[in-house]
Ligand binder design. Structure first.
Ligand code: SF4
Ligand code: FES
Length: 240
């Protein structure tokens, strides 16, 4: 089948304004959009820039906006697109070139929530153990591949006035540690999240959950963070 792609182009070193370029590629219906992009780069225009690595929904590097919805090009079969496919970079982030965006601010926010286990007690001779039930509490969150599709789709992050909101991807990772039975920094984590640019920045608009390629219940997890903040702060009065 012939696939027609309308691709966002912008090279800040030579273009005054972004523009769109049409490419046509012969593809098998079971090919992915990423295969088409690779074919364009190999056979038609080696200057076309985009990120990719694993090709199988694992590395999270080929997040882009496809017909207006953020997703991974390696997970989109061409047979599911009937008309011309519009390919654009992830919104929210500065365009470096074509489909490549600057994810520096995304990872700054991610690091701000301390994405690692914090402990005070010395480790045992073997390992810090937890039960299967304790692991299941945060198992869905560890599927996150940091593709940034959720943060790029979030209306709060898209709004200039609230762009400092830490964003759904960072909150998924915060959830992962807040609900890990081995972590011993709940007060510190609550302090990092308990403000309007933290968990309370979420307006429950569900866009993050709709686009997450790993089907993580992002909005629900942010809701559980808010509940945990509330319960922790009211522990004294509630007696929990
Ligand atoms: Fe991507 Fe989902 Fe992780 Fe967001 S939560 S960064 S959409 S994998
Ligand atoms: Fe790795 Fe798509 S190329 S997730």
């Amino acid at each position: 089948m012939l696939v027609r792609l309308k691709i966002f182009r912008f090279d800040p070193e030579k273009d005054k304004e972004p523009y769109y370029q049409i490419f046509e590629v012969e593809a098998d219906p079971m090919d992915r959009l990423l295969d088409c992009l690779n074919r364009i780069r190999w056979e038609q225009d080696p200057t076309l820039s985009f990120r990719m690595s694993c090709g199988h929904g694992v590395c999270g590097s080929d997040g882009m906006r496809i017909n207006g919805i953020c997703g991974l090009a390696c997970q989109k079969l061409v047979r599911n697109f009937k008309e011309e496919v519009l390919i654009e970079p992830l919104p929210v982030f500065r365009v470096v070139k074509d489909l490549v965006v600057d994810l520096g601010p995304f990872f700054e926010k991610y690091h701000s929530i301390k994405p690692y286990l914090i402990t005070q007690t010395p480790p045992s001779d073997t390992e810090r153990k937890q039960s299967p039930e304790e692991y299941e509490r945060f198992e869905e969150a560890i599927r996150c591949i940091l593709c940034a599709c959720c943060t790029a789709s979030c209306p709060v992050n898209q709004n200039k006035e609230t762009e400092n909101y830490v964003g759904p991807a960072a909150l998924v990772r915060a959830f992962r540690y807040l609900f890990d039975s081995r972590d011993e920094a709940i007060e510190e984590r609550i302090a990092l999240l308990d403000h309007k640019e933290g968990a309370w920045g979420c307006q429950t608009q569900w866009k993050c959950t709709e686009v997450c390629p790993k089907e993580i219940p992002v909005t629900k997890q942010i809701g559980q963070i808010k509940k945990r903040i509330y319960e922790t702060k009211n522990r004294g009065s509630s007696g929990n």
